[in-house]
Design a protein around this ligand. Structure first.
Ligand SMILES: C[S@@+](CC[C@H](N)C(=O)[O-])C[C@H]1O[C@@H](n2cnc3c(N)ncnc32)[C@H](O)[C@@H]1O
Length: 229
């Protein structure tokens, strides 16, 4: 596929008759109708906003989707790369249940501090360990296997994170890679990281994978999911 066929930053926000406003409206409807149980995690989003953190967490319906993936996989130990204010972390902690554990890696101490407070407040404190610093420095010190790995940090390192996710996996482990579409067509280290990880998803015989485009409150993007054979 030619690079100019891929989405780049600032890609047009209207496809056919659907606009990004309509996508957001539908997302809000779906959230209220199908996934209203996310309402009690809204304080985490509010704390992120109040703390001045960027508005780049997964959406409520995406958070519920992650939760369901983890439940379907029977995940008890989850690794997350990219905590931000702990919103996706909370969905994952909810999925592992009271005997489970989530290890989440975050570069920015301020983000980690906001996440720690929110997760404690939401009752997930005992389930979640936040390791602060560049994920590449934390990953070598983790003990696998994890049942699910959610990769959602600096995209330039996606391939490195995927390599670690496989190393810390077991047969059956689910690996989720966020934001695989939005910047795909760029000429940047981030886009290169996304493409390189997707290529491994498609060519590594240990990985059974797919990727989906998504639209919604976060615009046009996508996520990739793999299961380790
Ligand atoms: C998209 S946000 C994560 C959103 C979060 N998963 C959610 O949906 O609620 C990405 C996070 O990765 C963190 N990050 C960026 N580079 C990193 C690195 N090298 N190591 C660990 N975390 C990093 C950022 O500080 C940011 O908090």
């Amino acid at each position: 596929m030619p690079a100019d066929a891929l989405p780049a930053r600032g890609a047009r926000r209207t496809v056919g008759t659907m606009s990004s406003e309509k996508w957001a409206e539908v997302d809000t409807y779906l959230e209220a109708t199908v996934a209203p149980d996310g309402a009690d995690l809204e304080p985490i989003r509010a704390a992120q906003a109040a703390g001045g953190l960027p508005d780049i967490a997964v959406s409520p319906t995406q958070g519920k989707f992650l939760y369901l993936l983890a439940r379907i996989a029977g995940a008890r130990r989850i690794l997350e790369i990219g905590t931000l204010g702990g919103y996706s972390t909370a969905w994952l902690a909810r999925a592992v249940g009271p005997d489970g554990a989530v290890v989440t890696l975050e570069y920015d101490p301020r983000h980690a501090e906001v996440a720690r407070a929110s997760l404690d407040e939401a009752g997930f404190g005992a389930l979640v360990e936040i390791r602060v610093g560049p994920a590449v420095d934390s990953l070598p010190f983790l003990d696998g296997p994890f049942d699910l790995v959610f990769i959602d940090a600096d995209k330039a390192n996606n391939r490195v994170y995927l390599d670690w996710a496989v190393r810390l996996s077991r047969p059956g482990t689910v690996i989720v890679l966020d934001n695989v579409v939005r910047r795909l067509g760029e000429s940047s280290p981030e886009a290169e990281g996304i493409r390189s990880a997707l290529e491994r998803f498609g060519t590594d015989p240990r990985l059974d994978a797919t990727a989906l485009q998504t639209v919604g409150v976060k615009g046009w993007d996508g996520l990739a999911v793999a299961q380790v054979r």
